[in-house]
Design a protein around this ligand. Structure first.
Ligand SMILES: [Ca+2]
Length: 147
């Protein structure tokens, strides 16, 4: 369950999931890891450069890639002169009729200087940092875990 597009894309968004635009974080249940909004709502910028062939390169190298660091540079064959970074998770504009990249494992890309209302970012901190902030802030801290 995620904030995606319902209706006939692009002219009629019925908002059957309760939102025709972005939704506040936590409007939908977390996944089994306790993570909110991993799919839908807004595309999330990643620090990895985008290369269309990156995962194939990893597969060709053999073995299992665990937390791959991403390529050292960017290359998108459809726009070879444009440096792009990875975007994950899809957005409220994704629909089965047009874009299924809101599914886990889906990957998009964009120029880092691009601004639009369906792209955002995720704040990340380690569990020890979260625990220290909770201790420091007492009952005034946020109530959700950093995940
Ligand atoms: Ca929606």
């Amino acid at each position: 369950m995620a904030n995606t597009f319902q209706g006939h894309f692009p002219e009629k968004n019925t908002g059957e999931d309760g939102f025709v635009g972005t939704a506040p974080v936590g409007s939908f249940p977390p996944n089994r890891y306790g993570l909110y909004d991993i799919a839908g709502n807004v595309w999330e910028w990643c620090s990895d450069w985008y290369r269309a062939d990156y995962y194939q390169t990893l597969a060709d190298a053999g073995g299992i890639a665990r937390n791959p660091p991403g390529p050292v540079d960017s290359f998108d064959p459809s726009e070879p002169g444009t440096k792009k970074r990875v975007q994950k998770g899809g957005s409220y504009l994704c629909t089965d009729q047009y874009c299924k990249r809101y599914m886990p494992g889906g990957r998009g890309n964009g120029e880092p200087e691009t601004g639009t209302n369906h792209v955002g970012f995720r704040c990340v901190m380690t569990q020890p940092t979260w625990d220290a902030l909770q201790k420091e802030n007492g009952s005034h801290g946020a109530s959700k875990s950093p995940n």
